[in-house]
Design a protein around this ligand. Structure first.
Ligand code: BDR
Ligand code: CA
Length: 311
């Protein structure tokens, strides 16, 4: 199995990324690190523990990460994910503990001690990952690759130009994209093709387990906010695309291209400027998602929830 650390801010779609990474035999989930993003890091850490508890994921360390971006105060997304960051279902008290180490220390320790290079899968702002790269170059050298959800080849969501995860910490995204590591960016241009329609929600419901019921509640809440805020007919499940790509190479079609992060624009801070046509002459620095096999994607997710929910 491919050793993976998932760095996330759950978050409705992050919750599905956790479940897919934990359930699929092609992945060995070494840990879950959390970061401020959809909500404060206290809330996203609690939510990661809630998801693990509800899905029966034990033995995977959960380490709490940074509370603020590299610069400025940070943003949260209660309009999309609610005050808890994971509104909709009721959760019991989490039984999964928090690791004693902070996320960056956990990442460093795991990268340095795991016998093979480790794939990092960030599905929130890139604050923890950029901090690791800046402070622990020895550990960074043990990264196999970084597959992150964020950015877009086109429009944004939090602003017309910027996607939420990149807008939440543009300097961190700039550091990751400028790192020289093998970086894969899966952004809104791909995730907006993977909408959890009524048919998809019915497939989860048909599994008939308590976990499947929880998943339908997550998708219903997420669908309601996406309809109200963006006018979408169904919610896009952005984050698990990263894990699905690690599991099934080819599920997301990629192009190798130069990607720059706008750090100063008057109206465009946090935009990912992707040179798909090679007009800048800049060297490619990222493998950028441009399409997805939607049917294969839902098969993977439904199967993950089936496996985890089995008595
Ligand atoms: C990203 O922002 C968050 O709200 C989601 O969890 C996803 O990671 C989409 O822009
Ligand atoms: Ca996320």
């Amino acid at each position: 199995p491919i050793p993976v650390i998932l760095d996330c801010d759950p978050g409705h779609d992050d919750a599905f990324a956790i479940m897919l990474a934990a359930a699929h035999p092609a992945v060995r989930l070494l840990g879950i690190t959390t970061v401020a993003g959809n909500q404060t890091v206290e809330k996203t850490t609690l939510n990661a523990r809630r998801v693990c508890t509800a899905a029966g994921i034990d033995g995977v360390p959960v380490a709490a990460g940074l509370a603020r971006p590299l610069h400025g105060p940070g943003i949260v997304a209660p309009d999309i994910h609610g005050e808890s960051g994971l509104d909709g279902p009721g959760f019991g008290p989490p039984t999964v503990p928090v690791d004693g180490r902070d996320a960056v220390t956990f990442l460093r320790d795991t990268l340095l001690t795991h016998p093979e290079p480790v794939t990092l899968v960030p599905t929130g702002p890139l604050t923890n990952i950029a901090t690791l790269l800046l402070t622990h170059p020895d550990a960074a050298a043990r990264i196999e690759r970084i597959v992150f959800m964020g950015g877009s080849t086109g429009r944004g969501n939090r602003t017309p130009a910027a996607e939420f995860n990149v807008l939440a910490d543009p300097e961190a995204a700039d550091i990751v994209l400028g790192s020289g590591l093998h970086v894969t960016m899966i952004g809104l241009n791909v995730s907006h093709r993977a909408l959890a329609t009524g048919e998809v929600v019915d497939r989860f419901r048909a599994l008939g387990t308590p976990l499947a019921h929880l998943c339908t509640e997550l998708l219903t809440y997420f669908g309601d906010t996406y309809r109200e805020v963006f006018g979408f007919p169904a919610p896009p499940l952005h984050d698990p695309l990263t894990v699905a790509h690690v599991i099934t190479p080819g599920l997301v079609r990629l192009v190798h291209a130069p990607v720059a992060v706008e750090l100063t624009g008057t109206h465009t801070r946090g935009a990912t400027v992707v040179d798909l046509d090679g007009v800048t002459g800049a060297p490619p620095n990222a493998h950028v998602g441009v399409d997805v096999d939607v049917a294969a994607y839902w098969d993977l997710l439904v199967d993950a929830v089936r496996v985890l929910g089995a008595p």
